[in-house]
Design a protein around this ligand. Structure first.
Ligand code: PLP
Length: 396
């Protein structure tokens, strides 16, 4: 996954272009910038790659989720359905705009269970936010049917699955809005950065203004621009966009390497009777950023995780006990620990998650091991790794 493994001359050249002009800001300073508009160029590339009408670059994946929600007019008291297995950014972005995160079980796709989503819908539900964890996706077709039926927005968090597809559409482009992260450890990195993609003209205009203090960007002198509504600063810098521009050109190369390495590992584990691979919904193609599989029960999964580490197989995750990615460790959310007072709507509507039953998620996540697929491995390293994994997992 991490694109930083393969930094090279292209990244250096792009960053030098920006440093040579001295303009690190994405807007304005037209006369000084030697014609360099890295953020704008990267947005154009993403529009092409993701086969959508619009892209808005922002400062992070978390900012992308926040901006995407805001761009569609989501606000105080609106309920957003999100999975129990995801990065903390999901509920952070929802809470940031005063909306209420409604946690819902995942299934053997390791993403939102469509039936559980339907059961969680209330008259306040506005958005369903699937998270395509570890390089594969939620059942987008089933989720879209539910969203259409209940008139809800489908917002895809594709931060960990750039390059995957569903029904031949790039992940992120299937729903009403899609989000990517270009943080340091993602497949395509800017250092820090993110993007919102959409085919909706209004959401694009809103995202553009909202991520830059509400500036209307009509091309006048920046100081003279008006502000149709309140915004924040979620801008990406030209330096970050420059790195991303070099990286996005290499996305296909990165994806081919991921797929090759993934296939070697998967083949080695294919015939092990106690290994069951995570389900990829019909119509889906993974980005191959991770290889995820289930072991027979929680105990064997825990043991496997320990043994893999001892055998020198690094970068395998047991998310069930991981403090970032699974609801069991989200004490700050469960106990509503905010620095200031939470909005009244959130205080009133946020479920008491200390009493929730997510055993249906535990059933899958408790058995899951996910191994990162790196870009920088030599073929010998992948082969050696595959054999080590096979040995550990067959000896459990
Ligand atoms: C990385 C990530 C984010 C947040 O992205 P940042 O750029 O780190 O803010 C959101 N969702 C998922 C699933 C992620 O993996």
């Amino acid at each position: 996954m991490p694109g930083f493994e393969l930094f090279g001359d292209k990244e250096r050249q792009q960053v030098n272009d920006v440093l040579d002009s001295g303009v690190l800001m994405r807007y304005g300073f037209d006369g000084m910038r030697n014609g360099h508009w890295k953020a704008l160029e990267l947005e154009k590339k993403l529009v092409e790659k993701m086969q959508v009408k619009h892209t808005q670059l922002v400062s992070s994946g978390t900012a992308a989720l926040t901006v995407a929600l805001a761009s569609a007019g989501i606000g105080a008291g609106d309920e957003v359905i999100m999975p129990t297995f995801t990065f903390v950014a999901s509920f952070e972005s929802i809470l940031a705009i005063g909306a209420v995160p409604i946690l819902v079980d995942v299934d053997d796709t390791l993403a939102l269970n469509p039936q559980a989503v339907e059961n969680a819908i209330t008259e306040r539900t506005k958005v369903v936010m699937p998270v395509h964890m570890c390089g594969s996706m939620a059942d987008l077709k089933a989720l879209k049917t539910i969203c259409d039926k209940h008139n809800l927005l489908l917002l895809e968090d594709a931060c960990q699955a750039i390059g995957g597809t569903f029904e031949n559409k790039p992940l992120g482009s299937y729903g009403d809005l899609g989000c990517f992260s270009f943080d340091y450890v993602k497949t395509v990195t800017c250092g820090e950065g993110g993007a919102v993609i959409t085919n909706n003209d209004t959401y694009k205009i809103n995202a553009d203004h909202y991520s830059d203090h509400g500036h209307d960007h009509v091309g006048k002198d920046r100081g003279a621009e008006t502000h149709p509504f309140l915004g924040y600063n979620f801008r990406i810098s030209e330096l970050h966009a420059a790195v991303g521009l070099a990286q996005i050109e290499r996305l296909d190369e990165f994806l081919a390497i991921q797929k090759k390495n993934y296939s070697v590992l998967r083949e080695a584990l294919q015939d092990l009777p106690n290994v069951e691979f995570r389900r990829v919904p019909e119509g889906g193609k993974e980005s191959y950023a991770f290889l995820s599989f289930f072991l027979p029960n929680t105990e064997t999964a825990k043991k496997a995780h320990g043994e893999l580490g001892k055998a020198g197989v690094d970068a395998c995750f047991y998310w069930f006990d991981n403090n970032w990615h699974y609801y069991r460790e989200w004490q700050h959310l469960i106990e509503k620990k905010s620095l200031g007072r939470l909005p009244a709507e959130v205080q009133k509507q946020l479920p008491d998650y200390s009493k929730s039953d997510f055993s249906a998620s535990d059933k899958w996540v408790g058995r899951t091991i996910s191994c990162l697929v790196k870009l920088g491995w030599s073929s010998e390293e992948v082969e050696e790794r595959a054999q080590k994994m096979k040995k550990v997992l067959s000896g459990l």
